[in-house]
Design a protein around this ligand. Structure first.
Ligand code: PGA
Length: 260
């Protein structure tokens, strides 16, 4: 974790896993494990249909002095309302107490054809409704092998900045998630991830030093209890976005532990 004052952010992206019962049990175990700790901010990203259940447990936990948990959605629609069957707006997320939303996750980009343009609009809509984007960017293996990582990341990042403005990054978390590392067990090496995070920060600092220093840049892609410590030791890696390993209480708690 950084020596600067950035508070770590660890996101548990549950994807389309678990029943309501499983989810509430997992949450209770997380609360038990985090009692008395409030270093890192821990984002819980359950499936849409469980958001309200999780919200109400988070409220109870907060009243019982369990701090640091925040609620996020796994997706948001770019439109404010209308005939978009099956979709959820940012206003609706805010309405049920969602503070964050994952936007641009590679599964959304690749499986559902989300474009940079659409992702930028989602970020704008979220921000207009007090929902903070966790903007995910990442290169494919092919792009990595062609030496295009930074070019792709900046293209993805700039397409959002063009629409929401640089200042809006004060309300975002940026997640670097190499596509080839997600769900594969092949995490990026912490040193390589650090190098990329540092390049992203340096790029932003050319435009605004304060924003670049404040922005939390987290790493995602096969983060587990046994590699989290190495990621957490890197100065520009301010947390993690965790998929598979966030479904096991003990493992996720161990990951969180390294960031405080
Ligand atoms: P993973 O997923 O930890 O299972 O690789 C990360 C993500 O999808 O954000």
């Amino acid at each position: 974790m950084s020596t600067l004052s950035r508070r770590a952010f660890i996101g548990g992206n549950w994807k389309m896993h678990g029943s309501l019962g499983d989810s509430l049990l997992l949450l209770q175990q997380l609360f038990d494990g985090r009692k008395g700790k409030e270093g890192a901010e821990i984002g819980i990203f359950p499936p849409f249909v469980y958001l309200q259940h999780v919200r109400s447990l988070l409220n109870t936990a907060q009243n019982n002095q369990i701090k640091g948990f925040v609620l996020g959605a796994q997706n948001v629609n770019e439109h404010s309302k209308g005939a978009y069957t099956g979709e959820i707006s940012a206003e609706m997320l805010d309405d049920v107490g969602c503070e964050y939303a994952l936007i641009g996750h590679s599964e959304r980009r690749n499986l559902y054809g989300e474009t940079n343009e659409q992702i930028a609009k989602k970020c704008l809509s979220a921000l207009q409704n007090k929902v903070k984007p966790v903007l995910c960017i990442g290169e494919t293996l092919e792009q990595k092998n062609a030496g295009k990582t930074i070019e792709i990341l900046l293209e993805q990042l700039n397409s959002v900045i063009c629409v929401v403005g640089l200042n809006a990054l004060r309300h975002c978390v940026l997640a670097y998630e190499p596509v080839w590392a997600i769900g594969t067990g092949l995490a990026a090496s912490p040193m390589v991830a650090q190098e990329i995070h540092a390049k992203l920060r340096a790029y932003l600092s050319e435009q605004n030093v304060e924003i670049s220093e404040e922005l939390r840049i987290i790493y995602g892609g096969s983060v587990k209890a046994d590699n989290a410590q190495d990621f957490s030791a890197m100065p520009d890696i301010d947390g993690a976005l965790v998929g598979g390993a966030s479904l096991k209480a003990e493992e996720f708690l161990n990951i969180c532990h390294y960031w405080g």
